[in-house]
Design a protein around this ligand. Structure first.
Ligand code: 13P
Length: 283
């Protein structure tokens, strides 16, 4: 799992195929984003779970994924102190493990923070940056999110960059303005579809049981894709996840929306049954 630079399932599949043919190694950086349209289902455990239950959850998921390969690319992002044990619990499966945040510096006097370099060194493949809870609770700016995403890329991690409007911003017709500003300001320099994933998470849909209509999700995803193309040259190979009250009961319809390349799941990623229900819903 340590290679972790590009999406793992794709990496593994391409390497296996390649070695069977005895051909030279394929440079997946040039092709992964365009051939891999498999959905990505990422679980953000937030500040939930204790050691034994988290190991059981990760191990249970790993068993499901091993027994039913290829339904989706799967990632889980546990609290930092659990990463080591979760990595051990999913060993031998294709599940990627990620952090929920990282600092923009590689090292230094930053009490309580974790570097992207350490996450990568432990065996993580990705890290969430700019989640709305961090933007709100820790006053994170898009400049800081961008610096964190750049640190993630430098460390060889995929950066899952979160954007999304508040309810007041949606109600006053500012969704595109806010999300556009976050895209422009938060995406790292040198971003590619293989190193960056965008998660659209309307703040008012997180943990509330409410979701935008399918038409609204499609429209915002299309807007994000265009904006990322204009501002950073990212386009059709870019994965854009939807996040906000994704559950087994609504996953199939949300994941079928044009331009939705997967989901970033909070509450429903905390049980094997619910998270697996979402993974199984992938079209
Ligand atoms: P919920 O799925 O609990 O709404 O959380 C979404 C989220 O914030 C994922 O990052």
């Amino acid at each position: 799992m340590r290679q972790g630079r590009y999406w793992l399932d794709t990496w593994k599949h391409l390497i296996a195929y390649d070695s069977k043919r005895g051909a030279a190694t394929v440079d997946i950086r040039s092709i992964a984003g365009t051939i891999n349209m498999t959905k990505l289902i990422a679980g953000n455990w937030k500040m939930n779970g204790l050691l034994a239950g988290s190991v059981a959850l990760a191990g249970g998921l790993a068993e499901k994924v091993k027994a039913n390969p290829g339904l989706a690319d799967v990632a889980i992002c546990p609290p930092g102190p659990l990463i080591r044990d979760v990595l051990t619990a999913v060993d031998g499966s294709s599940i990627a493990v990620g952090g929920q945040d990282c600092h923009w510096n590689e090292t230094g006097a930053h009490t309580g923070d974790t570097s992207a370099t350490l996450l990568a060194d432990m065996g993580c493949s990705c890290v969430i940056v700019g989640h709305s809870e961090r933007r709100a609770d820790h006053d994170e700016t898009s400049d800081q999110v961008k610096a964190k995403a750049e640190a993630a890329l430098k460390a060889g991690l995929v950066a899952i960059v979160c954007v999304g409007e508040t309810e007041a911003e949606r109600d006053t017709g500012q969704t595109e303005t806010v999300v556009g500003r976050q895209i422009d300001g938060s995406l790292p320099g040198g971003a590619t579809p293989q190193t960056v994933v965008i998660a659209y998470e309307p703040v008012w849909a997180i943990g509330t049981g409410r979701t935008p209509s399918l038409e609204e999700i499609e429209a915002v995803h299309a807007y994000i894709r265009n904006r990322a193309r204009e501002s950073h040259g990212l386009g059709s190979g870019l994965r854009i996840l939807y996040g906000g009250s994704v559950k087994p009961g609504n996953a199939a319809e949300i994941l079928s929306v044009e331009g939705v390349d997967g989901a970033l799941v909070g509450g429903a990623s905390l049980t094997v049954e619910d998270f697996w229900g979402i993974i199984e819903s992938c079209p």
